[in-house]
Ligand binder design. Structure first.
Ligand SMILES: [Zn+2]
Ligand SMILES: [Zn+2]
Length: 816
């Protein structure tokens, strides 16, 4: 076994005696006891970036407490070779000052910490010295952040200058507990960190540092073993490592999937070109995967630097169709069993050489369901991250009335059989593109509470929220991202308590009107009469359902009131209060900008919303003959230009049913042999593939919606929201007329299938999104790709923006 950074520091007998005196004190609640506001701050000679930054943070806080106007942004801590008689020592057990105390502080290598890979922080007074420590370099930083938080400092968000969201002004002292030790709720708490800028000091990334103050972890760019973690990573970049290296396609074509009779890789330059599956029956490929994961682990320093490595397959690459791969897949009771058995094979082989190595993987796409083959295909894996991409972004998991969450909740419940820690790879902040601000602090808090309870008796393993911090909606959703980070550290406070705290600190004298508005905004979010799932939705529909007239009015008033209160407070304020108010004004201006983006989008949505009179007609061809044709359009920036498919949709009703027809003149469409089949599991691997049509339909007075899909080969799919099991009807009729370059699809949907008793009444409104997933040649690669057009546009699950099909007051027929 390797040893960690063996140190040669001297633990003098005086320190040993002091430790013995304090060792008997049991760590309980955090209690402020000794003031270190004036104490000098030390790090060891071999301190890493996180420790030095932690010490600097404490020094700046001390300056603030002392009332100094200059918060000493360039302060550098003293370097000590021996444990100081008085002061503050910042470090982890790998450094010279802390190593001799490690055992007494209860700090150990993460492989020896229980549960394994658990973060531990310590704040302990030894004689006249406060030790602010953690069991990793970043842990030392978190310990400093925690100490300041408990003294009143708040680190609300990443500001433009990296300091805007840091409020040290609320500190009145720097009191420390005598002996305190803490392990956070979740083992790994992380988000993407895209925007990394260099600061003057050792290249630390200032923004990532800000996140770390809330004990959240960020990657240093793409590498988790960067300077901000002190070279140590909990998770790793091993993700997507069960796939062949695309640049070796020429050398090893047999490692790549056989698609339509040829070994295949995605064309370079088209984006996502690294996403490719391997040929799993190719032993050479499997050996390469084993070697590649091992060499990454060794290169990054093995167990000293890597707590757990994440191994997954490609992000939705096409499966190999070679006869042996097809046979292999057919030999398992389900896709998930096949996946995990292959993964187990890789994990066990890597562990032959590195038995201590810890491996986690994703429950994602082909591995999303608990394997029917059971735990015997889950060997060699220490933790799993469930990917809840069917979740509802409007309603929390705890809302049992939300049908959209049901499929994820059912699958998650099945996963309990694994008896492994199950983490969450959440997409909360990926819901919209373009990104928008989300008032979802109640939802992010619910994620933590749900998984905390779920994982008993295990601890929460990796809790990950993509784009929680930067990029995506996270950059505009400061409060929700903040609450998520805080809750993952310590789940004892509710979302509303954090919201109140945020308003108090972030908006100062303007807190009261903002708190009232933000509460109303969060309520308006979850009261929308829709569900929303899948990622990167167009937010136009939500702008209509979320931003009500009343909310717009309340928001405008609240911002004006808060602005005037802060303006009044700034008059005659002390220099320190002036600095604080300036930050609060910036925080308020930011929230106003986010709010106004929604207001503007709402105006656009109302102006562009599509209303279609749902006339009544004959239940045959005569019905369609006189109905208006609504051209289908595209809204994707990557597909500039006109609809090349020349498609249109028609809608009308009969006594018994709603009828919808799509007529497509897609030049690249090839007529298929039509063989109608419904509800067969695994038949519907079509997700937006060319040669499919989809209809999303919300009935009057219902919050859920139905999803119908049809492939050109005759595979039929229906689902209630995203829950395929809840709705599988044989009662809807499909007529398909197709030839090369032409496809006309007609759906006859009886009212009962749409959840309507009898027939709809005058004034009833359906919402519909109708999509033709057609073909177009990609200009860059020359390959044929999916080209989606729709009415009103391809909004998929974003039913809020769907065309309104209105039953008018004229018996369904327009007056002549
Ligand atoms: Zn194969
Ligand atoms: Zn919902």
């Amino acid at each position: 076994m390797k040893t960690l950074h063996s140190q040669s520091s001297i633990l003098n007998s005086a320190v040993a005696t002091m430790l013995a005196a304090t060792a008997s004190m049991a760590a309980t609640a955090w209690r402020p006891e000794v003031d270190f506001a004036k104490a000098p701050v030390y790090v060891a000679t071999n301190a890493t970036v996180p420790e030095v930054e932690a010490a600097r943070l404490i020094m700046r806080a001390q300056a603030m407490v002392a009332g100094r106007e200059d918060p000493l942004t360039n302060a550098v801590p003293a370097v000590a070779t021996n444990f100081p008689k008085a002061g503050i020592v910042v470090g982890w057990q790998g450094t010279a000052l802390v190593a001799p105390l490690a055992k007494d502080l209860g700090l150990a290598d993460w492989y020896e910490t229980e549960p394994k890979c658990q973060d531990t922080i310590v704040q302990k007074v030894v004689g006249k010295t406060l030790v602010v420590a953690g069991n990793s370099p970043q842990g030392a930083y978190w310990s400093a952040g925690d100490l300041l938080y408990r003294n009143g400092a708040r680190f609300l968000h990443n500001g433009g200058d990296g300091e805007e969201g840091t409020f040290l002004e609320y500190m009145t002292g720097l009191k420390a507990p005598r002996d305190w030790r803490y392990q956070p709720e979740a083992l790994i708490r992380t988000g993407f960190q895209d925007r990394c800028r260099k600061s003057k000091l050792k290249g630390a990334e200032k923004d990532a540092e800000l996140i770390a103050k809330n004990q959240f972890a960020a990657r240093n760019g793409g590498d988790a073993v960067g300077p901000l973690t002190g070279g140590r990573a909990r998770e790793s970049i091993g993700s997507e490592s069960i796939q062949p290296p695309v640049n070796e396609f020429k050398k090893h074509p047999d490692w790549f999937p056989l698609i339509d009779g040829k070994r295949w890789r995605p064309a370079p330059g088209t984006g996502w070109e690294w996403v490719v599956e391997g040929c799993w029956v190719n032993d050479e490929f499997t050996q390469w995967v084993v070697d590649n994961n091992e060499s990454w682990y060794v290169r990054k320093g093995g167990r000293d630097n890597v707590a757990i490595i994440d191994i997954t397959n490609s992000d939705g690459g096409r499966r190999c169709q070679c006869p042996d791969c097809v046979k292999l897949r057919a030999s398992y009771p389900d896709e998930s069993s096949c996946y995990f058995d292959y993964q187990t094979k890789i994990a066990l082989r890597v562990k032959e050489r590195h038995p201590e190595m810890r491996i986690e993987t994703l429950a994602y796409i082909m591995s999303r369901s608990y394997p029917k083959a059971g735990n015997k295909v889950l060997r060699g894996i220490e933790a799993i991250d469930y990917c809840p991409y069917s979740r509802c972004f409007i309603h929390p998991y705890s809302d049992k009335g939300c049908p959209t969450n049901k499929s994820d909740l059912d699958r998650m419940a099945e996963w309990k059989k694994a008896d492994l820690p199950i983490g969450d790879f959440d997409y909360m902040f990926d819901v919209f593109n373009p990104p928008m601000g989300l008032p979802v602090w109640e939802l992010t808090a619910d994620i933590v509470d749900y998984w905390k309870d779920y994982n008993k008796p295990h601890r929460m393993p990796r809790m990950y929220s993509e784009a929680a911090v930067e990029g995506g909606c996270g950059s505009r959703s400061r409060i929700a991202a903040y609450v998520f980070a805080r809750k993952l550290w310590d789940a004892s406070q509710s979302a509303d308590e954090h919201l109140r705290d945020w308003c108090r600190v972030g908006f100062g004298e303007g807190a009261e009107p903002m708190l009232a508005f933000l509460r109303a905004e969060a309520a308006a979010w979850t009261n929308q009469p829709v569900h929303l799932t899948a990622c990167f939705n167009n937010p136009l529909g939500t702008a209509k359902t979320f931003m009500t007239d009343a909310l717009v009015a309340q928001g405008s008033n609240a911002f004006a009131k808060a602005e005037s209160l802060l303006f009044a407070a700034a008059k005659g304020a002390s220099p320190r209060d002036t600095a604080r108010i300036r930050k609060q004004q910036a925080a308020l201006a930011f929230e106003r900008k986010v709010f106004e983006e929604w207001v503007a989008l709402r105006a656009k949505a109302l102006a562009t919303s599509m209303e279609i009179a749902l006339e009544s007609g004959e239940p045959d061809e005569k019905g369609f003959a006189r109905m208006k044709k609504y051209p289908m359009s595209t809204r994707y920036p990557s597909w500039q230009g006109n609809d090349v498919t020349d498609s249109f949709a028609q809608f009308y009703r009969t006594q018994d049913a709603l009828r919808i027809r799509v007529t497509s003149n897609d030049k690249l469409f090839k007529a298929q042999e039509w063989r109608e089949r419904r509800g067969e599991d695994g038949q519907f691997d079509w997700g937006c593939k060319a040669g499919t049509m989809e209809i999303f339909l919300q009935s009057p007075g219902q919050s859920g919606y139905r999803h119908f899909a049809v492939t050109a080969e005759g595979a039929l799919y229906d689902a209630l929201a995203m829950d395929a099991k809840a709705f599988d009807s044989a009662d809807w009729k499909v007529d398909s007329v197709q030839r090369d370059g032409f496809w006309q699809l007609t759906l006859t949907l009886p009212w009962g299938v749409l959840g309507i008793n009898g027939a709809p009444k005058a004034g009833d409104v359906f919402h519909a999104v109708v999509i033709n997933n057609a073909h177009k040649v990609n200009e860059k690669s020359g390959e044929v790709a999916t080209f989606a057009v729709g009415v009103p546009f391809p909004a998929y699950h974003d039913i809020g923006i769907g065309a309104s099909l209105v039953i008018d007051d004229f018996g369904g027929r327009r007056p002549e």
